[in-house]
Design a protein around this ligand. Structure first.
Ligand code: NAD
Length: 251
């Protein structure tokens, strides 16, 4: 347990990479707010598990793509946990595989608003609290990009890849904008991580096929991403900003 009890908000933390990050962060002494969208039971079970193990976790349901809900989420953290030290912009969606020519405007909008607008709004609220220029005490933000941002994900989900490209630009630009204000902004770039995100409508056997394209011949575990996120948030990474960590088994 670290000496200081830092306050951490993780978006989309009811399962997958966000949940693994919440568990590890709590073990390391962070006071954690678990945001999620729809799976109340999973989020509450995770909160109870962390609290039973001697950690401190709260849950708050909010859609990160809706500004009033984001304001409510950050207001909840302010009231219940105090000044925010760290944000993991993890909430993200991946829709069914298809070519661009088949994509509806609703789908493209859903992916971009959740992944991009959601990350922007949460980063903005975090900066408003953390910036030393605005009276804060600094902090750290980690954004979730994806190898898809580099590869483009043709034939599968270029909307998702483009959303992650935008998150990379957000990371670079914001890191430099607030570097002198005590805030570090970094990103992780996972490859194939075995979570529920792949459950939605890929062709049968897709994940098994993808595993064989990874030089390590396996998908990653959410915990393997969580460890890198926790490093980027920690003082061990005190000179790292505008940094991207690839976690893709060599892909
Ligand atoms: P997941 O589907 O297992 O979990 C997604 C989480 O986001 C859930 O808690 C869900 O409730 C939440 N969520 C979805 N929409 C939301 C919204 N509008 N507001 C708030 N919460 C919302 O996904 P995962 O695999 O753990 O992915 C987490 C992040 O990592 C995503 O940003 C994803 O793009 C990224 N990523 C995942 C992989 C992978 O292979 N799993 C690879 C690269 C990047």
């Amino acid at each position: 347990m670290s000496a200081t009890r830092k306050v951490l908000l993780i978006t989309g933390a009811s399962r997958g990479i966000g949940a693994a990050t919440a568990r590890l962060a709590a073990e390391r002494g962070y006071r954690v707010c678990i945001n999620y969208l729809s799976d109340d039971e999973a989020a509450e079970a995770l909160r109870d598990e962390i609290n039973a193990a001697g950690g401190e976790a709260l849950t708050f349901r909010a859609d990160v793509s809706q500004e009033p809900q984001v304001l409510a989420l950050f207001g909840f953290v302010d009231r219940r946990l105090g000044l925010l030290d760290a944000l993991v912009n993890n909430a993200g969606i991946l829709e069914r595989q298809m070519r661009l020519e088949q994509m509806s405007v609703e789908r493209i909008e859903r992916v971009l608003t959740t992944n991009v607008l959601g990350s922007f709004l949460c980063a903005r609220e975090a900066v408003r609290r953390m910036s030393t220029r605005l009276g804060g005490r600094g902090g750290a933000i980690v954004n979730l990009s994806s190898m898809a941002a580099r590869l483009g994900a043709p034939h599968e989900y270029i909307d998702y890849a483009a959303s992650k490209g935008a998150i990379e630009s957000l990371t670079l630009g914001l890191a430099r904008e607030v570097a002198a204000e005590g805030i570090r902004v970094n990103a992780v770039r996972p490859g194939l991580i075995e979570t529920d995100i792949h459950a939605r409508g890929g062709e049968p056997g897709r994940v098994a096929r993808l595993r064989t394209s990874v030089p390590m011949q396996r998908g990653g575990a959410p915990e393997e991403v969580a460890r890198a996120i926790l490093w980027l948030l920690s003082d061990e990474a005190s000179y790292a900003t505008a940094t991207f960590i690839d976690l893709a088994g060599g892909r």
